[in-house]
Ligand binder design. Sequence first.
Ligand code: OOG
Ligand code: MG
Length: 255
Amino acid sequence: MDRLETIARSLDAAALNATAVPQLDADNAISIGEAYQVQAASIACRLARGERRVGVKMGFTSRAKMVQMGIEDMIWGRLTDGMQVEDGAVASVGRYVHPRIEPEIAFLIKRDLDADASFAEAAAALEAVAPAMEIIDSRYKDFKFSLTDVVADNASSSGFVVGAWQRPGVDLSNLGMIMSINGRAVQIGSSASILGNPLRSLVSAARLSAAAGEPLRAGWIVMAGGATAAEKVLPGARIRLEVERLGSVDVQFKE
Ligand code: OOG
Ligand code: MG
């Protein structure tokens, strides 16, 4: 088996069994292109088990996320239906290694988008928009990684929860976002922190995904990226995100 396939399988197994793996070996470094190949191969393992591709997630689209994790480059990952957690569901912490949660905005697109989609074309391709939270769970020990590590690990993608879809047309450039845990506000931010307007994240998703030979497809979901730093998730946590004009989304965690 080739070296990249071996790494992909170990990351896939780590996600499946909720066990941490060491960061990729510095002496045996892979390039960013190879890291995306590892990511594609690890997703292929999930598809082979019957999961279905449902979209794209963007990462490091806000300063707050870059600062928290010490990475300055925008990244992207692949979403499958197996990662979706229903709004209001009770998830199990035991399914993850060391889960965290972050406030996001989700897009549902009604048309394919090419690499060169403009801001206006991205806006016109929207079927709906929703408040959303991403459950991230690095497969690396201590949630520490380099840029290539995190790309290979599907950008820490692990779960995503989408609230009720809203008609597009709302100006997304500066919506207040409050994420609370057990009734206490833990992260307060604005959709403006996502590249000035989360729609820019959709434009970037179109470009990056098409460049990888997988243009965004009608019916796909795109997660715009965390607006604030992520919060650790513990059993007993009831987490809610409220987004101005878009409503709210909830998830709870047990052991
Ligand atoms: C990497 C994933 C970043 C976001 O929304 O910026 C991300 C991580 O923080 O572990 O999902
Ligand atoms: Mg995220």
